[in-house]
Ligand binder design. Structure first.
Ligand SMILES: O=C(O)CCC(=O)C(=O)O
Length: 320
């Protein structure tokens, strides 16, 4: 079982991010690989799976194209495209790369995949969250998977995760878990050290452009993407098995994938402590994979949609 040191905890509190090496077992890496591959295979037939590259091409290159995919309904892509054009927003691309790869994402894969559930609800990761968040208990909030194929030019605009989540509070972390080797040039995440302490909640942006979602609330994030040198940004060279944990207020983003052979696949798992409450955030992405319409602001997350995965007194509990 992975042993976290007090230096790891201190780094997380100071920087808002810590890279933990060799956390996952080979079986867990294989489970994540299976979950990611089946999510990729299902893009176009689930409510939350998107080929971001195809959408970006439709928005900025071929305006007459239909905004697919057919089966996804998390975003009203036509309305977003109209908003992007009305605002004159530009795509965020690594223009020096030879294009060819796709940026793919999906959300809530754990609701469909046993393999994802095995990893996301495991004691190993839940305990890491519990210790870093100094929590009495930990609930799993949700997941996303992010894939950048070789030659993906789309960057992930710098952003803060809290603005995308329907919660309020401070006890939250996100584990970015690559199952392929990655560096800054091939899409490893960059984190602005200390940004979790900026005392701001930023508007969620659309990832492929810096533009915030229409109607979203919060502060405007400065243009970090064009001015990386002005910020203290750390990129980790990662290997399968590593887990990079950031506070859900830490600002982060990634470049495209300059590799010509190596895909960059990652799962992003989100955990919250007992102080976090439900809060419907205007402009945050819809949640078609789970029924949250009737939730009231301020409600505790005591519900199987936010499985209890760890308790300090018991160390581990079976998921509710
Ligand atoms: O993998 C990416 O490019 C984005 C991941 C991300 O923003 C996250 O896990 O919060």
């Amino acid at each position: 079982m992975f042993h976290m040191t007090s230096a790891d905890v201190e780094t997380f509190h100071r920087d808002g991010v810590v890279c933990l090496r060799g956390v996952l077992t080979p079986a867990a890496i294989e489970d994540l690989g299976d979950a990611i591959e089946s999510a990729i295979g299902a893009i176009g037939s689930t409510p939350t799976g998107y080929d971001v590259t195809a959408v970006a091409d439709a928005v900025w290159r071929h305006r007459e194209m239909a905004y697919g995919p057919e089966g996804a309904n998390q975003y009203d892509l036509q309305a977003l495209a109209d908003y992007v054009h009305a605002q004159g927003a530009q795509p965020l691309r690594d223009s020096d790369l030879k294009a060819g790869g796709r940026f793919l994402l999906d959300t809530g894969v754990w609701t469909r995949s046993h393999s994802m559930r095995r990893v996301a609800l495991s004691n190993a990761l839940a305990e890491v969250a519990g210790v870093l968040l100094d929590a009495r208990h930990v609930r799993f909030y949700d997941d996303q998977i992010f894939v950048k194929e070789p030659g993906t030019v789309e960057r992930t605009a710098f952003h803060q995760d809290l603005g995308y989540f329907n919660v309020e509070g401070d006890q939250g972390c996100v584990m970015w878990i690559p199952i392929d080797r990655a560096t800054r040039a091939t899409g490893s995440l960059g984190y602005v050290r200390g940004s979790h302490l900026w005392n701001a909640t930023f508007k969620p942006n659309m990832f492929t452009t810096r533009l915030a979602f229409p109607g979203s609330e919060g502060d405007d994030l400065p243009d970090i993407d064009s001015n990386e040198a002005d910020y203290d940004i750390v990129y980790f060279d990662v290997e399968p098995g590593d887990v990079v944990v950031h506070h859900f207020r830490t600002v982060h983003g990634s470049h495209g994938n300059a590799s010509t052979t190596q895909t960059r696949r990652a799962a992003s798992l989100r955990y919250v402590g007992e102080n976090v409450r439900f809060r419907r955030r205007p402009g945050a992405p819809a949640q078609p994979h789970r029924p949250l319409e009737h939730w009231a602001d301020g409600a505790e997350l005591c519900d199987p949609w936010f499985p209890l995965v760890w308790r300090r007194d018991k160390h581990a509990v079976a998921a509710e």
